[in-house]
Structures are given as structure tokens and as C-alpha cells.
Design a binder for this molecule. Structure first.
Ligand code: PAF
Length: 282
């Protein structure tokens, strides 16, 4: 494994690898690595001659300063995990100034409305922060293929839009949600849950499975009302939103349509820790 924290040192290496006709697979992360991240790295290692992993907690995508402060930072164990997975991986873990050059602000993006749905409603300017960092990282790493988990399905859709609108020559590969044994979607935030919260958080996925079944016979509104009702009875969980939306536009499903792919999206607070998940309704 080789480690870089300056783009001025990383770029010449990547330029020479590209000139030698290597393909670069890229896995951007904010660290606190778990099996979900490692599965993206495995995918990249299988399909590219070079794999680059970035570890950077991007301040501009946090709308809540408390969340940014509490976001786990575990660079030493992250490096250990990457080394154990594959010693050829190139790690880029910059300091803030290597990315933002003294101005830690995000640019504004137009993602054709995808940015105003769900996460966008609850996390103002979050996707401007994501767009800013991902575009900068793509410029530095110049990946052939970049890997993102479907847990952040809206982020994945927005990154596809970013690449399309800004003509960035990279293939965006979405990878299935990686789950813990109890089916809780893997997330760096899970580390902050108490043991009983983590065990009981399987309720989120069970609700999605039940919602999927109900959507076979009920309308999106009826399913949403049912989810809202059962979360109303829960002490440990506070529902922020549940929405059934069109996968392509992320607009709320008003009427079922067999030519469209719908997906259920959920965001839940467990003792101030925010968890998200989603499921295809096909
Ligand atoms: O999904 C994440 O971990 C982050 O949003 C990303 C894509 C690394 C950008 O900071």
C-alpha cells in the first residue's frame, strides 16, 4: 500500500500509470471503513489494474456541525484494513487545505432537481458539498471507474448526473447495499450506536421489506401512512421521512406505473444518530 496526502505528489504517479494504459478504479470514502467499503474496493481490484482509495471527511457536505464533529476519524485502523485487503492499493488521505486551498466552501450545482428531494429537503446544500468534493477528487484521481454504494442511492444518482452534465470521463458503478448480520445497512455511523440500538435497528430493514410487500396491493400513500403509524409507536426510533419515489427522477410516487422503477427510501434517527436505507420495489 502506498500513502499520499498531497495531490502534487499523487498526480504525477497517476499520470504515469495512465500513460502506461492502466485502468484506475476509485473508491472515495470518508474513512471509518467497514465491510461495505471493503466490498467496493474488492470490486475495483477485480476490474481495474490500479485501485485508489481516498479517505477524507468532507466538511462542506455536513449541514450539521455536531454531526461533522462526531464523525468517526480512524485513519490508522483504516490504513490497516486497506493494507490487509491488498497491498497494491494507493491511498490518498489529504488534509483540508490540499483540497480546499484555504477556502472551505462548496460550489453550487444544478442536478436537475434530484438535489431537492428527500436528503436534499432535510440536509440543505448537502449535495453541493458532495458534488464539490467528488468533482475535485475525480480531477485529481482521473479514474476509469468509480464505485459507490447504493445505500446512498440519491447520492449515486446525483454523481451520475454530475458526470453527465460536466462531461467527466468516468464510469460510475453502483454497488448493492452491504448489510450487517441483522440486515442493518452498513454505515460508519453504526459505530456510534449502543449495542441494543444496533441490534434493534434491524427494525428499519424489516419495515422496508414489509413496505415492499404492501406495495404489491396498496398505494404509495397507504404504504407511507402505514410506515408513519408503526414508527409512531416506536420509542427508540424517530422517523424523519419515508418516501416511495421514482428511481430515475426521485420524485414521489403519486400513482403506480408498471413502466417505472420505484424504490422506498427511509431516514431514521436513533438517539440523534441518523441512519438511511432503501429498497427496490421491483
Ligand atoms: O459517501 C461518502 O462517503 C461521501 O459522500 C463521499 C462520496 C466519499 C464524498 O465525500
Amino acid at each position: 500500500m502506498s500513502f499520499y496526502n498531497k495531490q502534487s505528489e499523487l498526480k504525477p504517479l497517476l499520470n504515469s500509470l495512465l500513460e502506461a494504459k492502466n485502468t484506475i478504479g476509485f473508491v472515495p470514502t470518508m474513512g471509518a471503513l467497514h465491510e461495505g467499503h471493503l466490498s467496493l474496493m474488492r470490486e475495483s481490484l477485480t476490474n481495474n489494474s490500479v485501485t485508489v482509495v481516498s479517505v477524507f471527511v468532507n466538511p462542506t457536505q455536513f449541514n450539521n456541525p455536531e454531526d461533522l464533529k462526531k464523525y468517526p476519524r480512524t485513519i490508522e485502523s483504516d490504513i490497516e484494513k486497506i493494507k490487509n485487503l491488498n497491498s497494491s492499493i494507493i491511498v490518498y488521505a489529504p488534509e483540508i487545505d490540499d483540497i480546499y486551498e484555504g477556502k472551505t466552501i462548496s460550489n453550487s450545482f444544478d442536478f436537475d432537481g434530484l438535489e431537492f428531494q428527500m436528503e436534499g429537503k432535510h440536509r440543505p446544500r448537502h449535495f453541493d458539498g458532495v458534488g464539490t468534493i467528488v468533482k475535485k477528487l475525480f480531477e485529481i484521481v482521473q479514474p476509469t471507474n468509480a464505485y459507490f454504494g447504493e445505500k446512498d442511492f440519491q447520492q449515486l444518482a446525483i454523481i451520475k448526473k454530475l458526470v453527465q452534465k460536466h462531461h467527466i470521463p468516468v464510469n460510475i458503478i453502483g454497488c448493492e447495499i452491504y448489510r450487517e448480520e441483522n440486515n442493518l445497512a452498513m454505515s460508519s455511523r453504526n459505530e456510534r450506536l449502543a449495542a441494543n440500538e444496533r441490534a434493534n435497528a434491524s427494525f428499519i430493514y424489516q419495515t422496508l421489506i414489509e413496505a415492499k410487500k404492501l406495495f404489491g396491493t396498496k398505494s404509495a400513500k397507504e404504504v407511507t401512512d402505514w410506515v408513519t403509524k408503526i414508527f409512531g409507536k416506536q420509542k427508540m426510533f424517530t422517523l424523519e421521512y419515508f418516501e416511495i419515489a421514482d428511481e430515475a427522477t426521485l420524485l414521489k410516487c403519486k400513482k403506480k406505473n408498471k413502466n417505472k422503477k420505484f424504490r422506498a427510501f427511509i431516514a431514521v434517527f436513533v438517539n440523534n444518530i441518523r441512519l438511511i436505507d432503501n429498497i427496490s420495489l421491483k
